[in-house]
Write a protein that binds this ligand. Structure first.
Ligand code: ADP
Length: 395
C-alpha cells in the first residue's frame, strides 16, 4: 500500500509518499510560498530538485506534487490510483479525538469547530483535506492529530486553575502538541527499555519544543498548553512566564492583545533573548565567540528543560529514560550535556563520548553506571501518520 502524508500549513505543504508496510519513503518534498509565488523542493529516486513554480492556492500545489509523483524521469508511480490513502497531519483535535480517524463530514465539521483554538493551522488542514477529496474522490483520507496522544492526561494535569465554567464553556485547558512525535519516541523508548510500567520523559527540541511525561505508553503531562506557546524556551516563543507580564507590557508598549500574542510567539524565546537568531546553530556560534546574551539564552533553554525533567520525574514518581529528539535534541550534544549535567542526584549520568557520536539511529548515551537511561531517538512523525492511515484504511 502507498500512503500520501500531507502536512498543510497556511502557505506551505509538506508531503511524503510512504509504503507503511516497509517504511520506504518513495518521494518527499515541500511546497512553500503558496499564494505568494511558489517554490517546490522535491526528492525522489535519490534526486533532489528545487524549482520556482506558480502556486496561487493549495490546489495548484497539490496538483503539482501529484504531477511530479506520476510523470517525468523521477516518477515513482504511474497514476494517482496507486495512492491508496492520504494521511493528514491535523494540529488540533480538541477533546473530540483521542486517536486518528477516517475523515467524513462530521470529522471535518469538528476540525472546523476547533479553528478558534488553532486559527493558523486548522483552516489550512481543512483546505488540504477538501482539495484531496476533490482531486481524488475515491481515496480515503485520515486525520492524525497532534493533540490526540495527550488525551490520556488526567484532569489534575490538563486543567488550568481558572474558574471551572471556563473549561466547560470555552475549552480552556491544556491540550498539548507534538503528540505524534511524543508517541513515536516514547514507544521506541518503551521497546528499548523492555520493562513493565515504564516511566519515560521525552524532550522534543526543535524550533517548537515540548516535553512529555509518559507512563507505560500513556501521556500523563506535557509542557505545551492551550496553544504551543506554553512551556519551554523555544526558537521564537517565550514559553512559561508570569501572565502579569502581558498586561504590564501591553500598557507600556501600547500593544493590542493580538500584537502581544505575536510578540510572545514570534519575537521572543531564543531570538528575543540572544538578539542573534532563532536558529540554535547560530546562537551556539555566537556564544563561542563570547556573546553574553547568546550564552544566557542557551542557559535559559537548558535550565527550563532541566526544571521540566525534575518536575516530570515527580509526576511519574521516578524515571527510567530521558529521550532527546527533533532538530536540537538529535543534533545538539552541547544542549544534551548541559541539560543532563547536575542531574546525577537522580541517577542521570551522561557519557561525554557517547553523547558526541552522530548517527541516524536510536542510541543510548548514558554511562553504564547510570540508573536512568538517556536516549537519542530520531523522531518520525510522517511514519506514524502513514502507519495510522494504513491501519484504519486496510480494514
Ligand atoms: P521544527 O521542525 O520545529 O521547525 P527542527 O526539529 O527541524 O524544527 O529543529 C530545528 C532546530 O534544530 C534549529 O534551531 C536548528 O538550529 C537546530 N539544529 C539542527 N542541527 C543542529 C546542530 N547540529 N546543532 C545545534 N542545533 C541544531
Amino acid at each position: 500500500m502507498l500512503v500520501l502524508v500531507l502536512n498543510a500549513g497556511s502557505s506551505s505543504l509538506k508531503y511524503q509518499l510512504i509504503n507503511p508496510e516497509t517504511t520506504e519513503v518513495k518521494a518527499s518534498g515541500l511546497c512553500e510560498r503558496i499564494g505568494i509565488d511558489g517554490k517546490l523542493v522535491h526528492e525522489a529516486k535519490g534526486h533532489k530538485i528545487s524549482k520556482d513554480i506558480e502556486m496561487p492556492t493549495h490546489k495548484e500545489a497539490i496538483e503539482i506534487v501529484l504531477n511530479f509523483l506520476t510523470t517525468g524521469e523521477d516518477k515513482v508511480i504511474d497514476s494517482i490510483e496507486e495512492i491508496q490513502a492520504i494521511g493528514h497531519r491535523v494540529v488540533h483535535g480538541g477533546e473530540y479525538f483521542n486517536n486518528s480517524v477516517i475523515i467524513n463530514e462530521d470529522v471535518i465539521s469538528k476540525i472546523k469547530s476547533l479553528i478558534p483554538l488553532a486559527p493558523l493551522h486548522n483552516p489550512a488542514h481543512i483546505t488540504g483535506i477538501e482539495i484531496c477529496m476533490e482531486l481524488m474522490p475515491e481515496t480515503p483520507n485520515v486525520a492524525v492529530f497532534d493533540t490526540a496522544f495527550h488525551q490520556t492526561m488526567p484532569a489534575s494535569n490538563y486543567m488550568y486553575a481558572v474558574p471551572y465554567e471556563d473549561y466547560k464553556k470555552h475549552g480552556v485547558r491544556k491540550y498539548g502538541f507534538h503528540g505524534t512525535s511524543h508517541y513515536y519516541v516514547s514507544n521506541e523508548a518503551k521497546k528499548m527499555l523492555d520493562k513493565e510500567d515504564s516511566k519515560v520523559i521525552v524532550c522534543h527540541l526543535g524550533n517548537g519544543s515540548s516535553m512529555c511525561a509518559v507512563r507505560d505508553g500513556k501521556s500523563i503531562d506535557t509542557s505545551m498548553g492551550l496553544s504551543p506557546l506554553e512551556g519551554l524556551v523555544m526558537g521564537t516563543r517565550s514559553g512559561d512566564l508570569d501572565p502579569a507580564v502581558i498586561n504590564y507590557l501591553m500598557e507600556r508598549k501600547n500593544m493590542t492583545a493580538s500584537e502581544m500574542i505575536n510578540y510572545l510567539n514570534k519575537k521572543s524565546g531564543m531570538l528575543g533573548v540572544s538578539g542573534v537568531s532563532s536558529d540554535l546553530r547560530e546562537i551556539i556560534e555566537a556564544a563561542k565567540n563570547g556573546d553574553e546574551r547568546a550564552n544566557t539564552a542557551i542557559d535559559m533553554k537548558c535550565n527550563r528543560i532541566k526544571k521540566y525533567i525534575c518536575s516530570y520525574a515527580g509526576v511519574l514518581e521516578g524515571v527510567d529514560a530521558i529521550c532527546f529528539t527533533a532538530g536540537i535534541g538529535e543534533n545538539a550534544d552541547l544542549i544534551r550535556e548541559k541539560v543532563c549535567n547536575g542531574l546525577e542526584f537522580m541517577g542521570v549520568e551522561i557519557d561525554e563520548e557517547k553523547n558526541k557520536i552522530r548517527t541516524d539511529e536510536n542510541r543510548e548515551i548514558n554511562k553504564n553506571s547510570s540508573k536512568t537511561k538517556i536516549y537519542v531517538i530520531p523522531t518520525n512523525e510522517e511514519y506514524v501518520i502513514a502507519h495510522d492511515t494504513y491501519e484504519l484504511v486496510k480494514g
